[in-house]
Design a protein around this ligand. Sequence first.
Ligand code: HEC
Length: 174
Amino acid sequence: MKNLNTLLAGVFAAVALPFGALLLSGQSQLGGLGRAAGEEGGALFPSREPGLAIQGRSVYLSLGCVSCHTQQVRPAGQGSDLARGLGVRPSVARDYVLQPQVLLGDRRIGPDLANYGARKTQIEPEALLTDPASSGAVWHPSYRFVDAGSRTALIAYLKSLRQDYPSPEAKLKK
Ligand code: HEC
């Protein structure tokens, strides 16, 4: 086994090179992604979150809302999000470029919240959190124990969630 080192180096290279290339290709395709104007000379999207919403994001994280709610509208072929009116276009990578933690989630026990702030039919958030049964929600846990300040920040965060601006990658559903 005098070529053991060469063999090990070969095995290492066979694993490390494709893995490195995989990481770098993601970075080269999406790493430079920034905000874009919906129309020429127009405002840049996604817009910056208001300060209260940034606080609310950490409340959302600390209460574990992400264990039941996703924030990603799937394209028409991959789910019924668009048909159910949860969004007006599929989510794209650019939607998340300003978010310090991207809370996509991986379990949908409740509805997707990516475009909650822009939806016309939504359950009223204050009632939902303090007295779910009266808000029309059937299954929702109560968050009455959360102090009023944190609840206000959380609601500002929920209302700031919107993916209803045009993006170069995904057209709005008419
Ligand atoms: C145990 C799972 C679960 C957890 C945890 C949870 N939710 Fe929900 N959520 C649901 C379900 C289910 C619904 C649908 C309404 C119903 O039938 O109760 C819902 C509905 C909602 C809606 C209304 C959506 C709409 O389309 O109108 C909002 C907003 C919401 N949840 C926010 C939150 C926030 C904020 C948290 C954390 C504080 C949270 N949820 C935690 C399950 C959950």
